[in-house]
Design a protein around this ligand. Structure first.
Ligand code: PHE
Length: 498
């Protein structure tokens, strides 16, 4: 009988009497595990080998488990530190035991669970009859470390796993044994046939293809996972947003991340003493102020702040200085780009109709929580036309979000210093059903547009890319897709569908 080389090698080390695991065969043949597994399945298909499978669980200690193995379980340390005739105040006992922070809570709750004594009125009173020296969890930690978990009660191992001290790896162990046919084949002699894993032009021209044996592919065989690099889901979604907006007729804006307050705030009719302009909200940079702001525009913006726009206009009548306008900040929104473009200072004078967008990072001095980061991506956009209404604004959002499968956008009246009317946008979280804020929008006020030299209407918005991702993939913590807490498997496996 002629068989592929790897199958012959595997057959040679198998017997009918004793099962051999794939790992043993790998050791004895020097072949790769996936080659042995593949050969084993082929030999099973040829009925020369029987393959049995068993699930195997390996235990190992987590970092916390390792720590307790060397230092002792917190509850045992607490018991020893408080041992004596009288109850000891918790603070003293934990000090002696060297326990602090979370370890105190861990020590107290396990101390109580194991009946090591009484915790009452802020004091620990160990029970002299308890025997923490014989703590089964401590013994189990040592057994796991030695790789000898045979004799350990399943319940104890479960408890260690629940406490996060033990991790389990599950795997399938395959064992191989020769069948009767296998024994006959081996006795009669099996020769290695040279197998080809691909058809080459040479084989075709020489006619060799007629005689070669081709290796069979087993598409179900275990194979090592190859993890290539891939585009982050946030970036994939950003690209998709760009495609959608370009499809809706928008051009992309570009501009600086660090910009003069003039473009970030003043052009937007945000008074210079507005709370959102303090360091509580935005990051100021310790760099020289920006030179070369367009003088005529600066004058018109200053006049809008001081006196307002038009005969009935009214300004803030509060101090306005160019020095403040020239200070450089990290942009807290990309509306700075819209101002640069609308003013004619980015891509030249623009006549209506126009549509522009950007999908770019913005920076805010927020407190980190599940929905806020210090930086996120904003989907900025605006439409300039002769006559725009709230219906145009709502229709644009409905069309945009529909491309991501979101058809239940809700609008809520809102206030911005630079738009009137203004609307916040909400969408329903697919898992929790909560309404979450996904953006902010409105029609720019005359106090914004006239100094910029725009005589027609402009509707505009800033939407959060991360919130769009929450609606489409059901994430509920922004840190699932940003920063070091991202789950690599999620990043590897999630496909951006829209
Ligand atoms: N700048 C606003 C924000 O960051 C978004 C916005 C842009 C609102 C343009 C209205 C008009 O929330």
């Amino acid at each position: 009988m002629r068989l592929p080389e790897s199958q012959v090698a595997v057959l040679d080390v198998l017997s009918a009497a004793d099962e051999r695991t794939v790992a043993t065969v790998v050791e004895e043949t020097g072949l790769k595990p996936e080659t042995v597994t593949g050969a084993a399945f082929d030999l099973r298909d040829e009925e020369l080998v029987a393959v049995s499978e068993a699930e195997r669980v390996d235990h190992h200690l987590t970092a916390e488990g390792e720590q307790y193995l060397t230092e002792g379980l917190p509850e045992v340390r607490l018991y020893r530190a408080a041992a004596g005739d009288e109850a000891v105040p918790i603070g003293d006992a934990t000090d002696v035991a060297g326990l602090s922070g979370q370890a105190v809570q861990i020590a107290l709750s396990n101390f109580a669970r194991k009946g090591y004594g009484v915790v009452d009125a802020g004091a620990v009173d160990p029970d002299p009859d308890a025997d923490p020296g014989a703590d089964p969890e401590a013994a189990a930690l040592a057994a796991v470390a030695d790789g000898e978990t045979e004799g350990v009660a399943a319940k104890t191992l479960d408890r260690l796993a629940e406490r996060g001290l033990l991790a389990r790896d599950e795997s399938t162990v395959r064992s191989l044994v020769l069948t009767d046919d296998g024994v006959t084949a081996v006795t009669e002699g099996v020769e290695a046939a040279e197998t080809a894993d691909r058809l080459t032009p040479e084989m075709l021209t020489t006619g060799e293809w007629r005689d070669v044996e081709f290796a069979a592919y087993d598409v179900e065989a275990d194979a090592p996972a190859v993890e290539g690099g891939r585009v982050h889901i946030l970036r994939q979604t950003a690209e998709r947003v760009k495609e959608v907006l370009v499809g809706m007729g928008f051009d992309e804006m570009q501009g600086p991340h660090a910009d003069a307050e003039f473009w970030i705030n003043d052009c937007l009719f945000m008074p210079q003493d507005h709370p959102a302009r303090t360091h509580w909200d935005q990051f100021a940079l310790d760099v020289p102020p920006m030179d070369g702001l367009p003088a005529d525009l600066v004058d018109r913006v200053a006049a809008a702040h001081r006196e307002g726009i038009g005969p009935d206009g009214n300004g803030y009548h509060s101090p306005w200085t160019e020095d403040v306008a020239r200070e450089v900040d990290l942009r807290g929104h990309t509306t700075s780009l819209s101002m640069r473009h609308l003013s004619g200072h980015a891509v030249g004078e623009l006549a209506p109709p126009q549509r522009f967008f950007s999908v770019e990072k913005v920076y805010r001095n927020d407190t980190l929580d599940p929905t806020h980061l210090l930086e996120f991506f904003q989907i900025e956009g605006w439409v300039m036309a002769d006559s725009l209404s709230v219906r145009d604004l709502m229709g644009t959002f409905e069309e945009f979000y529909r491309q991501f499968g979101i058809t239940d956008i809700e609008f809520k009246p809102h206030y911005n210093p630079y738009t009137e009317p203004s609307f916040e946008l909400f969408g329903q979280h697919p898992e929790t059903g909560d309404l979450i804020e996904i953006g902010n929008s409105g029609l720019f006020r005359d106090e914004v547009l006239r100094p910029l030299g725009v005589e027609c209407d402009v509707m505009a918005w800033g939407l959060a890319l991360e919130r769009l991702l929450m609606l489409t993939y059901g994430f509920d913590d922004i840190r699932d897709v940003h920063g070091t807490l991202c789950d690599l498997d999620l990043l590897r496996e999630t496909e951006v569908l829209y």
